[in-house]
Write a protein that binds this ligand. Structure first.
Ligand code: PEP
Ligand code: MG
Length: 756
């Protein structure tokens, strides 16, 4: 049964539109459960009515005509109560409502289960049977499982329908889809879909890139290349495989020459699709026929076809994507955008990012903030493959996107873009002023960085130094570990650019969601696994090379600070310090003259909160990584869009933990800094000032805003607000109080930004 379930869900998820998805559901469920009727009712756009959208068993002409209010009839009852209803004789029930056009009077047994997606009622899945009987537990359980699994696919298919037929105008202008704020700012631009190479399912819809003839030519060429590949593989296997086994390659060759593959793809190109998407749809169509078969041998043919599809696609894709393929204002869209996909777009053309997966704490969102580019994350139902070339407006404050905006909406957002620019220009001078509170407390604001490209913007931004340099970024964009000399050069550049202002280099923090392409780590639970200091302590050869490079880069300078990530015990800290000492001793032996740098520990694991004082005693400073600390304290994956609304840096537990860290550091007489994204949130910054945090480190785009907050409050007032917040239980109430305080001192312009 599990297999059938998996196959139904898989088929539905590749449907080209909602109607096709629903037809697959009713057909396959009726067949799999051996029932007389299967129907799907969906909520109408008014959210008050349900409409019969597909049926197998009832009169097909009634589709689109049967309409029930919420709470009306048995289907309405299921939707209203969000609970299954299982009856042996539906007509006996007082709420039974008779629709003569359906012909359903013949069916007695009724089982309806709700289809719910992220707490939103989408509709009702109904099974009916002639005989009078209650459906047994197994049927109920299966239908509930199916409805739960299909909800995502239905919601996705609904949006595809709203986005409209590919290359046509959308059915609906201003189609609005909610996601999660990733990086603040507003942008208007043209969608470009980033997709993985040789992955058929991720190929987006697009018009022929050059001309229909050339697309057809490229496709035929690609098919010919695959034929040649097959011939040569067959030749090589001759003598290794038996004649019978070699027939497999003949089967491949037949598929490659078949009308259903070649002619159908050419027809699709002639109908206005580029070759890659035409091939995708042909392979999808043909594999669906095989997937439908019960014979496992024939089902395997679907795998062969997919393989052929991938091979042809690889040839079609060689040499694709040039700079001019990116429009002037590119909004990069992807299922799960990565740092490398972002880096492929010329910076001057990149206006915004949208990722169907991930959240504001994902590293790609952090990079977007560092580059000052608006981003919306976690738009889970986004029909990514349909988006290429569409005009899109993104609102990184609210985490919202609008597809094909109307002229009015575009003008409204253009006004916001202009206002933003004015605010940023107004703040530019302010950023160069010292960050001193109204009662004279200096709170340096440092920049977070990770790319050499952002050294200049960081310097011009008025940063008092670099509070967090994520060294893993230069590691991530190479195809091997950088050597000691290479690293010295990178670190030297940043240290000397800022000298004498401090630069905090964090040692390699990979693992979790940061993978090195050349050092794969596969784990079930990577955030609780081998990451950060755990990896570098296990690989002293990598750690020592990095520490030596940092120390050598600081020769003749005195602004290096070294920071250890993911420390969860005193032992780890002692080991790390021992290796640092060893690296320095080696260099002294090699006659380098290098002062001992300041050393800090990141507090980003709950255990480190409780050890704050003991850790602080052994180093020069603490730096709190709230991105991870919040995820570990609240048990909320920082990259998981499904639980993103539970991820909240103003949660009372987070505030108490931060207070404890600050007090621990004070007892040890050491300063404490905050380098997580929380420091860039104007409302949260007030609380951090109130806690007596010594410095903040934020993304460059937020630097001026944070300085503005510091200069607008006294520490005494911030402490007062902190004490009020510590009495409160709800993050939303804390947010409201702080937003109000910002408005009172004339910082209303930041309140919108405070939402991120
Ligand atoms: C943090 O966890 O808050 C932090 C600054 O580190 P990263 O975001 O790189 O994990
Ligand atoms: Mg971290």
């Amino acid at each position: 049964m599990l297999d059938i379930l998996r196959r139904i869900v898989q088929e539905v998820s590749t449907a080209e539109d909602l109607n096709q998805a629903l037809d697959i559901i009713v057909h396959r469920v009726k067949q799999a459960l051996g029932i007389d009727v299967c129907s799907v009712y969906l909520m109408a756009p008014d959210r008050q009515h349900l409409m019969l959208m597909a049926t197998e068993g009832l009169n097909p002409d009634s589709v689109g005509h049967v309409r029930l209010a919420l709470g009306e009839g048995l289907v309405g009852l299921v939707a209203e109560r969000a609970e299954p209803v299982n009856l042996d004789n539906a007509t006996d029930h007082p709420l039974f409502r008779y629709f003569p056009e359906t012909g359903e009077e013949r069916y007695h047994a009724f089982l309806g289960v709700p289809i719910v997606h992220h707490r939103r009622m989408l509709g009702v899945l109904v099974a009916q049977q002639h005989e009078r009987r209650r459906f047994d537990d197994e049927h109920v359980a299966l239908l509930i499982t199916l409805a739960a699994q299909l909800a995502g696919a239905i919601s996705h298919a609904e949006l595809i329908g709203e986005v409209g037929p590919r290359r046509g105008t959308p059915r609906q202008a201003n189609l609005q889809i909610m996601g999660i704020p990733g990086a603040s700012g507003v942008a208007i631009g043209t969608a470009v879909v980033a997709y993985a190479a040789a992955a058929l399912e991720s190929v987006p819809d697009r018009e022929p890139v050059v001309s229909v003839e050339e697309e057809i030519h490229a496709f035929k060429e690609a098919v010919q290349r695959v034929r040649e590949e097959m011939e040569s593989i067959k030749l090589r296997m001759n003598g290794v495989l038996s004649t019978e086994e070699l027939l497999l390659f003949d089967a491949y060759m037949m598929m490659l020459g078949s009308d259903s593959l070649v002619l159908r793809t050419i027809e699709r190109i002639e109908a206005g699709s580029w070759a890659q998407a035409a091939l995708r749809d042909t392979i999808r169509e043909s594999t669906r026929a095989f997937d439908d078969m019960d014979d496992p041998y024939l089902r395997e043919r679907a795998t062969d076809l997919r393989d052929i599809g991938r091979r042809i696609l690889t040839h079609l894709q060689s040499g694709q994507r040039k700079i001019e393929d990116f429009p002037e204002r590119t909004i990069l869209i992807g299922e799960d955008l990565t740092a490398t996909q972002l880096a492929e777009v010329p910076v001057e053309r990149l206006a915004g990012l949208v990722s169907a997966r991930g959240t504001g704490s994902s590293h790609v969102a952090i990079l977007a903030r560092a580059m000052g580019i608006p981003a919306v994350m976690g738009v889970s139902d986004l029909p990514v493959g349909r988006m290429d070339g569409m005009e899109v407006v993104i609102d990184g404050y609210r985490g919202q996107i609008f597809i094909q905006p109307s002229r009015e909406l575009r003008e409204e957002f253009q006004r916001l873009v202009d206002e933003e620019r004015e605010l940023a220009e107004g703040l530019r001078n302010l950023a160069l002023e010292p960050a001193t509170t109204q009662d004279g407390v200096v709170i340096p604001v440092y920049a977070n960085s990770g790319l050499l490209a952002d050294i200049n913007p960081s310097k011009q931004s008025g940063a008092d130094g670099i509070g967090l340099y994520r060294t893993e970024v230069p590691f991530m964009i190479r195809d091997r570990f950088p050597g000691e000399e290479e690293q010295v050069e990178i670190y030297r550049q940043i240290l000397s650019s800022f000298d004498p202002r401090p630069v905090t280099l964090r040692t390699l923090d990979v693992g979790g969601d940061k993978a090195l392409p050349y050092f794969p780590v596969h784990e079930d639970n990577p955030f609780l696994g081998w990451r950060g200091i755990r990896i570098t302590l296990d690989h002293p050869e990598i750690f020592l090379t990095q520490l030596r490079a940092m120390l050598r880069a600081s020769q003749g300078l005195s602004n290096l600070q070294i920071l250890f990530p993911m420390i969860s015990s005193l032992d780890e800290l002692k080991d790390a310090l021992r290796l640092l000492q060893r690296a320095r001793d080696e260099l002294l032996d090699e006659h380098y003259v290098i002062p001992m740098p300041k050393v800090g520990v990141m507090v980003e694991v709950p255990s480190a909160v409780y050890l704050a004082e003991a850790l602080a005693r052994r180093v020069d400073f603490l730096s709190v990584g709230t991105n991870d600390l919040v995820q570990y304290l609240l048990a909320v994956d920082r990259n998981n869009a499904r639980v993103a609304d539970l991820y909240n840096a103003l949660h009372p537990a987070v505030l108490r933990a931060l207070k404890q860290v600050s007090e621990g550091a004070k007892k040890a007489g050491k300063p404490v800094s905050i380098c997580g994204e929380m420091a860039a949130d104007p409302a949260a910054a007030i609380l951090l000032i109130g806690m007596g945090i010594d410095s903040l480190s934020v993304n460059v785009a937020s630097l001026a805003r944070v300085k503005w907050v510091i200069r607008s409050f006294s520490q005494a007032r911030a402490r007062e607000l902190l004490n009020q917040c510590l009495e409160m239980e709800e993050p939303a109430a804390i947010r409201a109080l702080l937003n109000n305080a910002l408005m009172q001192v004339g910082l209303g312009g930041l309140v919108r930004a405070g939402k991120t």
